[in-house]
Design a protein around this ligand. Structure first.
Ligand code: NAD
Length: 506
């Protein structure tokens, strides 16, 4: 049977127009389920709804969609917004490449409010339906094209073509901001197979010694010593000089294969080598897979503070092999959970429910959690690439955390451990003590520390004052009202800050 490319998503996502364009580009026929249903029922859908009701419409819709999906010739098929309500349809979709065109509720409403769609007559009901349907779109998608304007679809096309040509299995998020757009592909097993297919064939890899031991084919590339102590200008010079020695020309691609240290360092080298060369991220640690690989922040530490020299440089793509986590030392996995918990607090909703609802930390992490963390981060970065406003929420727990990490000495406290302690501080400042207790409980269950006993209070407060996010004399803090409601830019009285940090270090 043919593998169709099937477009799903809410009303107003642009499924019908995208199907026509994609079909043309792929040399396939396109089919629009709603148009076919109208042909069969002999009247416009709104009229049928009014005369026969929604249940009768859904039955007709299911029959038409199953028929379309069983067609022999590979097509591009646009489904109606409610089609995934059918279990049979969801099951049948598993054999095809299902692409969710994601549109924000505000944009969807703006696009359809003046139409005659039966389910777009009342804004409140429309938004409730959006929230109800979103999980089915997300869960059945092989690929999610976020912010699905026509330019995102055009840019994503080569990757969709590639996914159609590859065996089923990988999942993809296409995220785009004002000046960039790239795929994050989740495909277990690529590292073991030595198949970095998302990178260019002649890409030069940068990795660290631990990872090179696990995947010996990486020895051919550049290998740095492992750990935070390598995130230095000295290593940047080493990597850039190694590139220059190989006569690596601008425009060739680097592939950063490793944890957050390799990603930040190699990304920074890519940003500055001959004033900028492309790179892909292949994150191998949990921190990197849920957080650092996405969003284009690159850089290194200075003795004065973490990440003090850096640049924004978006990757060409991110290739995530969750199998790599099986080799990750336990303490590093635990450290990654801090970023997971932080991201779940930012996302709220299903991700927070899952993370706070009794994860078995002895089992391998559910790849769904990693995928959802990536989506959350990419959404935030797409809205604000350069930390002007909303992106600052990703620093939840980091202002205090970075200061504690700096004072403890790089390499003595893992990044995630410091973030966990910082989150306990940020939640104290947020004044939601019930949530603070819940977060501390999840952090502890994950094996994370929530205190840094013995670290000198005054030095931590001094480093916080130096934070690179400070504006004038004050450092803005990220506070949490409740899961899913996290906001940046709060100024905190010096006494309150001192009290919150004191509690962490005593
Ligand atoms: N750029 C961003 O947006 C961003 C966001 C969050 C964190 N970060 C940065 O990320 C860094 C922390 O990342 P990290 O925790 O991944 O540190 P890391 O890169 O040092 O990796 C931790 C350890 O795990 C090892 N490792 C990694 N993957 C492995 C695997 N698959 N199997 C076995 N060992 C493996 C590494 O060799 C290292 O010893 C910090 O420097 C932090 O500032 C950056």
């Amino acid at each position: 049977m043919a593998r169709h490319l099937v477009l799903t998503g809410f009303m107003g996502a642009g499924k019908s127009s995208s199907a026509t364009r994609l079909a043309k580009a792929l040399g396939r026929e396109s089919a629009d389920a709603d148009r076919l249903i109208e042909d069969r029922i002999g009247m416009p859908i709104p009229e049928f709804f009014d005369q026969h009701g929604e249940a009768e419409f859904r039955a007709r819709e299911e029959a038409v969609v199953l028929e379309l999906l069983a067609r022999d010739a590979p097509q591009v098929i646009a489904l109606g917004g409610g089609a995934l309500g059918s279990k049979k349809t969801r099951r049948a979709l598993k054999k095809h490449l299902t692409v969710y065109l994601e549109v924000a509720a505000d944009d969807a409403w703006a696009r359809v409010r003046k139409s005659n769609r039966p389910l777009a007559r009342d804004e409140e009901a429309f938004r409730a339906l959006y929230a109800e349907r979103a999980p089915a779109y997300e869960d059945s998608a092989d690929a999610i094209v976020a912010n699905s304007g026509s330019s995102a679809m055009r840019e994503a096309l080569p990757l969709l073509r590639e996914l159609l040509a590859r065996p089923a299995g990988p999942r993809m998020i296409w995220a785009s901001g004002k000046t960039w757009g790239y795929p994050s592909v989740f495909e277990p097993g690529v590292l073991e197979a030595g198949d970095l297919w998302l990178a260019r064939r002649d890409a030069v890899t940068v990795t660290d010694e631990h990872i090179a031991k696990l995947y010996p084919w990486l020895d051919e590339g550049i290998v740095i010593p492992p750990g935070e102590t390598s995130k230095t200008l000295e290593q940047v010079e080493r990597v850039c000089s190694a590139l220059a020695e190989q006569e690596f020309a601008r425009g060739r691609q680097l592939a950063a294969v490793g944890g957050g240290v390799v990603g930040d360092l190699a990304g920074f080298c890519a940003a500055i080598y001959q004033r900028g060369t492309p790179f892909v991220q292949v994150p191998t640690s949990l921190v990197a897979q849920v957080d650092s690989a996405y969003g284009g922040k690159t850089g290194v530490d200075l003795p004065a503070a973490k990440n003090y020299a850096g640049a924004y440089h978006q990757p060409d793509g991110v290739l995530v092999d969750t199998n790599a986590l099986s080799g990750l030392p336990k303490a590093e996995l635990v450290s990654g959970w801090a970023e997971v918990i932080k991201t779940a607090l930012i996302a709220g909703d299903r991700l927070w429910k899952k993370v706070s609802g009794g994860v078995d930390f002895k089992q391998p992490i559910d790849p769904w959690i990693i995928f959802e963390c990536a989506r959350t981060k990419l959404k935030v970065v797409a809205a604000d690439e350069r930390d002007q406003n909303v992106r600052q929420i990703l620093n939840l727990g980091h202002t205090i955390g970075h200061a504690i990490e700096t004072v403890a000495g790089y390499g003595n406290l893992r990044h995630g451990e410091a973030v966990s302690i910082g989150m306990a501080g940020a939640l104290r400042l947020s004044g939601n003590d019930e949530l603070r207790a819940e977060v501390i409980d999840v952090c502890k269950q994950a094996g994370l520390p929530v205190k840094a006993k013995g670290i000198p209070l005054d030095t931590v407060l001094d480093v916080i004052r130096l934070d690179k996010k400070r504006v004038g004399e004050s450092v803005p803090f990220v506070l949490v009202n409740e899961p899913g409601d996290v906001t940046p830019g709060h100024s905190i009285a010096a006494d309150d800050l001192e009290a919150a940090v004191k509690e962490l270090v005593r």
